[in-house]
Design a protein around this ligand. Structure first.
Ligand SMILES: [Ca+2]
Ligand SMILES: [Ca+2]
Length: 87
């Protein structure tokens, strides 16, 4: 049974999600820019050559490349940047 309360709840959830998404987007855009800047050939992955200019990424390349395909995908990149202590 669908009650108006249900609709209100989902609307509230949706707006909360929208707010959270906005916050996340602002902090995420930096990482996205960084990824895009490093991704010289714009294939959506970072090769070792592409991260060579970024010593932090180059040093931990094999660690970031979780599936060991020789490339850092956006997901791998994002996970690394997020879990990395900011020091
Ligand atoms: Ca690339
Ligand atoms: Ca990979």
């Amino acid at each position: 049974m669908k009650t108006p309360l249900m609709v209100l709840c989902s609307a509230a959830l949706l707006s909360t999600a929208a707010i959270a998404q906005t916050d996340e987007t602002s902090s995420r855009s930096d990482k996205k820019d960084m990824f895009a800047n490093l991704d010289a050939d714009s294939d959506g992955q970072l090769s070792k050559d592409e991260v060579a200019s970024h010593s932090g990424l180059a040093d931990s390349f094999t660690m970031i490349d979780r599936n060991s395909d020789g490339y850092i995908s956006k997901g791998e990149f994002r996970r690394n940047v997020r879990s990395k202590p900011d020091r």
